[in-house]
Design a protein around this ligand. Structure first.
Ligand code: ADP
Ligand code: MG
Length: 385
């Protein structure tokens, strides 16, 4: 999905107020009726309708009158709220070309005022079919309905907290910088997915590095669950960076062993079929398949508990694990997680408005310096509105 941030230039402060009001209304309405938007946005008479028309024109809102009359955010509308929040707090100043399309995300190059280039991952859960999301994630266990907006925000929050913890432990992951709504801002890794690598300097070394990294992750209490050639970036020196964390689970998860073995098999299969490296035949480097149970007996830390990864054990008296705990991001406790995140959105809405006030602009876009032009790589920042 293209992210044409030029549209930000055409949005006034009132437009963002109305966009935010729809987001707030969506906390408990699938479609937000106009009177509710009006009361949340609290603009002068006619202001909300005018803004809504503008937002419809730029496809940031969707109007639906099939069940009852109301509005909801489009994915683009949600993108703009997140980008605006990141711009307002100075984390980014422009959005550039798209550098990655994952199954459930779009990744863009972004820049801050100092000219530092970073990566912005925009989560898009629900883009694949509902069934695919449901089978892959456990967010939904007890929920009959879901919203892409809620799921994407949850995935971003999860990914950011995992990334922070792994970076603190010195694992080779991108440096987490910030997150907002469904977006995660991180360092840009100058590397390509292993899947695209033509040749490795020393396949055996890389293979052993990857196994060691997986074992370390397990000893920190986590299983990646998507440890494959698309989520392992390799630079020209064959240094590996691991990405893509929302689906990670606890080593105590009921399927942890199976998920761990699947991760191991993915790497072995890739090296055998694509690289032509068969670890069992490498005389110089004897290799033993990592044993999940053995690693679990040598845990060095319990990030799964700290981060409440799915399937983490609950701690009883004396810090002993007593049962498998549910993550606060799991669905049956999701209502509170949801409202927490939404109230963060509310306060962000207010601070966004404040930031504009301080900047002295009557237009919300006055503090936004939108993007480079087309995704050409050598992008030129456009003049601020
Ligand atoms: P998904 O969950 O959709 O699979 P990923 O996190 O795997 O998303 O990212 C998709 C692609 O974007 C990756 O394969 C990679 O090419 C690129 N990418 C993601 N994060 C970064 C980063 N920090 N630096 C450079 N490229 C990245
Ligand atoms: Mg991925």
């Amino acid at each position: 999905m293209k992210l044409d941030v030029n549209v930000l230039k055409f949005l006034a402060k009132d437009d963002f107020r109305v966009l935010t009001a729809v987001e707030v209304g969506q906390k408990n309405h699938e479609l937000v009726p106009l009177p509710l938007i009006e009361s949340i946005a609290a603009l002068r008479t006619g202001g909300t309708q005018r803004a809504a028309r503008n937002l419809l024109r730029y496809k940031l809102l969707h109007h639906d009158s099939s069940k009852y009359d109301g509005y909801r955010l489009t994915p683009l509308g949600y993108d703009y709220l997140a980008i605006k929040a990141l711009v307002n707090r100075g984390a980014i100043s422009s959005v550039g070309s798209q550098i990655g399309v994952g199954k459930e995300s779009d990744v863009f190059e972004v820049m801050n005022d100092e000219g530092e280039v970073m990566a912005l991952k925009v989560h898009r859960l629900g883009r694949t079919s509902f069934r695919a999301v449901k089978s892959k994630r456990d967010y939904l266990k007890h929920r009959s309905s879901f919203s892409w907006l809620y799921l994407s925000r949850l995935a971003a929050a999860r990914e950011y907290s995992f990334m922070v913890a792994l970076a603190e432990q010195g694992l080779p992951v991108p440096t987490p910088i910030d997150h907002n709504r469904h977006c995660v801002l991180m360092s840009l890794v100058d590397a390509i997915p292993l899947a695209q690598v033509q040749e490795l300097h020393e396949a055996g070394n890389t293979f052993h590095d990857l196994m060691a990294l997986m074992e370390r992750l397990t000893r920190l209490g986590l299983v990646h669950c998507d440890y494959n050639e698309f989520n392992l970036l390799v630079d020209t020196e064959d240094t590996v960076t691991l990405i893509d964390f929302p689906q990670m689970v606890s080593v105590s998860h009921e399927n942890a062993q199976e998920l761990f073995d699947r991760d191991v098999d993915c790497v072995i299969k890739f090296f055998k079929t694509k690289i032509g490296y068969i670890p069992e035949q490498d005389q110089a480097r004897p290799w033993k398949r990592p044993c999940f149970q053995e690693l679990c007996q040598r845990l060095e830390s319990r990030l799964d508990i700290d981060l409440q990864a799915s399937g983490h054990p609950k701690l009883g008296k004396g810090g002993k694990a007593v049962s498998s705990g549910r993550s606060p991001l799991d669905p049956d406790v999701a209502v509170s997680a949801d409202s927490d995140a939404a109230s963060e959105a509310d306060s962000e809405a207010i601070s966004a408005a404040d930031a504009d006030e301080e900047a002295g602009g009557s237009e919300a876009s006055s503090s936004v310096a939108p993007a480079y032009d087309e995704p050409t790589g050598d992008a030129q920042p456009l003049a601020a509105a």
